[in-house]
Design a protein around this ligand. Structure first.
Ligand code: ADE
Ligand code: ZN
Length: 401
């Protein structure tokens, strides 16, 4: 089987709670900036006092989906020779040692440099397999993986081979770990219109089984308002049964979120957090139950949100907008799904009811096959009905219904 190390999820450590001794992944971290893994970046650090000792393990086992995860953010830097700052050409945060990206544009340029070094099929298979290993270790039963060919120049003339290699790695990981993976083929906001049309032509002509959705990502602030331009491409994809999601409300404001939903037919908005600037939009998203797949650490690290504590996710959630919690680019932000949920517990005092609801949104808004979605929802219901470990001063933990 494809050998791959599982990155240690970036979660505060539980204090050895007996009731939490379910599945946990422990292997040599493959994340190259490994010393950042055990810490919460300073800008997102909050008090841990309210967090039960067993919470991270409970969160890890909570059945959930990840619906905002980029293939490009899952390339272990040590496999492409970018494991130190000198090679990577990025600043390291003096406190955490994590790569510090000035903004989204700088980050996207880094993805170009990183993915350009992936030239062999075996590398692609390993990257795909690694996604499944980390998903399983994180209690993620299904992941929708966004994949943008503009970042992969070595495969420009052989996209079918790249997708076939991804499919091979995912299939091996699905068989080994019992997770499921879908691919969302992504256009780039700033690419020339002819190129995005060509990509959609290719997709509709080849229809790889693994690709379940059309997506658009990249830098909206550099592209300007592009909803009208991409709308016909999304219409074509939706007409043949592909699902649709779109990055918006990250480097664009609320108008980008409106365009994503109304012009592109996005069933899910990737980020979408700047919807918070328009009260009527927030009400509409809540009324129409449009899910936002939110990545708090990414937003903090790219300067889209000022801190974890003030991240708009809580305002959006309490306004009734369905939100899920995701990593975006976990190996570059040194995070994991469990880490993101755990930080939400710390920052917003989320209890198990809220965590269960967020996990439910993640599954319901995923593009998993209907049968798989039902399976995961049943797993979630069972898990929540089982009773959950409650810390106890004397014993460390006990079950509570
Ligand atoms: N590609 C990878 N991460 C991204 C992000 N946060 N925004 C836009 N495009 C991306
Ligand atoms: Zn993203």
């Amino acid at each position: 089987m494809l050998p791959v190390a599982v990155a240690e999820p970036d979660v505060p450590s539980s204090r050895g709670c007996a009731a939490c001794s379910g599945r946990s992944a422990r292997a040599t971290p493959s994340f190259p900036f490994a010393r950042t893994l055990g810490t919460v970046p300073t800008s997102t650090r909050t008090t841990r006092a309210t967090l039960p000792a067993c919470a991270p393990d409970w969160i890890r086992r909570l059945p959930k989906a990840e619906v905002h995860l980029h293939l490009e953010g899952c390339v272990p830097l040590d496999t492409v020779g970018l494991e130190d700052a000198g090679h990577a050409g990025v600043e390291l945060d003096p406190e955490t040692g994590a790569p510090a990206f000035g903004d989204l544009a700088e980050f996207l340029a880094f993805l170009d440099r990183c993915c350009a070094r992936v030239t062999r099929g075996e590398q692609v298979e390993q990257i795909a397999y690694g996604i499944t290993s980390r998903a399983a270790a994180d209690g993620v039963g299904h992941a929708d993986v966004i994949f943008n060919p503009t970042h992969w120049p070595a495969w420009r003339s052989d996209l079918s081979e790249l997708v076939a290699r991804l499919d091979g790695g995912f299939a091996a990981g699905e068989a080994d770990h019992g997770v499921s993976i879908g691919l969302c083929l992504s256009l780039q906001r700033t690419q020339p219109p002819g190129e995005s049309a060509e990509l959609v032509d290719w997709l509709l002509a080849t229809r790889p089984d693994r690709v379940v959705a059309l997506s658009v990502d990249g830098d909206e602030s550099a592209a300007g308002r592009t909803g009208e331009r991409f709308a016909p491409l999304f219409r074509r994809a939706r007409a043949v049964g592909l699902r649709a999601c779109a990055h918006a409300g990250e480097s664009s404001g609320p108008e980008g979120v409106r365009d994503a939903v109304e012009l592109l037919g996005a069933e899910r908005v990737d980020h979408g957090i700047r919807a918070v600037e328009d009260r009527s939009l927030v009400q509409e998203l809540a009324a129409r139950a449009v899910p936002l797949d939110i990545c708090p650490t990414s937003n903090v690290r790219l300067g889209v949100a000022t801190s974890f504590a003030t991240h708009p996710i809580e305002q959006l959630r309490t306004a009734g907008v369905p939100v899920s919690v995701n990593t975006d680019d976990p190996l570059l932000f040194g995070t994991s799904v469990t880490g993101e949920y755990t930080r939400c517990v710390e920052a917003f005092s989320w209890d198990r009811t809220v965590l269960g609801a967020v996990a439910r949104t993640s599954i319901e808004s995923s593009f998993a096959q209907p049968e798989r979605r039902r399976e995961l929802l049943a797993d979630l219901d069972d898990f929540l009905a089982q009773g959950t470990p409650e810390p106890d001063a004397a014993t460390g933990a006990r079950e509570r219904r």
